[in-house]
Design a protein around this ligand. Sequence first.
Ligand code: DOR
Ligand code: ZN
Length: 346
Amino acid sequence: MMNRLVIRRPDDWHVHLRDGAMLEAVAPWTARQFARAIVMPNLVPPVISVAAAEAYRTRILAALPLSDFTPLMTCYLVDRAEPAELVRGFEGNVWAAAKLYPAHATTNSAHGVTDMRTLWPALAAMERIGMPLLVHGEVTDPDVDIFDREAVFIDRVLAGVVRDFPALKVVFEHITTAEAVAFVEAAGPNVAATVTPHHLIINRNALFASGLRPHFYCLPVAKRERHRLAVRKAATSGSLKFFLGTDSAPHTVAAKESSCGCAGIFNAPYAMEAYAAVFEEEGALDRLEGFASEHGPRFYGLPLNEGHVTLERAKNEVPASLAAAGTSVVPFQAGETLRWRFAGPA
Ligand code: DOR
Ligand code: ZN
């Protein structure tokens, strides 16, 4: 049995670092495990301009004075997004990608896209310059069952984008269904997906285990077991199309434990431990490094990280909550004992 795993330093290709006091509380957890992260732009107000992204990047770096962590910024796409601003931010090394939130699909997406056709000039520019499109892949049509929203999005939206922009780099974020796995596998090498720890570990039953479990609520919501198994198989397959993106999305304990609780799972503190457990269960520990540290940079056209990190087999108790922003946040797998421990630089 392997008791120590040394892998190239990993990156997180999808994270919510928030702002203000919450940013200061949560960014160190991400920077402790990951060298770089794709930072989501769904602040209030959202990060739409190059200037706003530069200012946010400065605030992130200020929250991490002792770290060499690199935040990779994203542009929040709105109806009629300006191609010139996208090109300026990407070519000026401010933006690594642009994020599509269908309006009202999730937390802070009120300014998201209501009419996809208005994005066609922006998508054409992104395809031309090699700027990745990151997709929250859910329709918001209230007539569509919430558990079907990802699969319906593929048919109604994503298939058309990929058809009309065959060279556009697309990351289908936080995939949760067998349909998403099949779509990504059938598409060209310019279409990839991120996979969260929670969608590898829980299915929708977790939300209702002996009562309502708000800390397992996120969007896209966890699906049936057969979908979890399909996502696990893809993530641990060694395919270059699947890579690590935690979607760590902290909310205060009061915002989660509410009559209208926020969507989001805070998994940054024990992310690598969670992924390691999944890869081990699938007999694929030798593929963890590709998923965590190689496939993402290859897709984004960025260099691999230089250093290495160690994961040790050790009992690792996840606390019930962690202090943050004058209150607390509940981490994913709170109260559980994990079998791996992230031990830092090798
Ligand atoms: O569960 C989620 N939380 N899904 C998202 O897409 C957004 C995120 C957040 O920002 O809280
Ligand atoms: Zn997210």
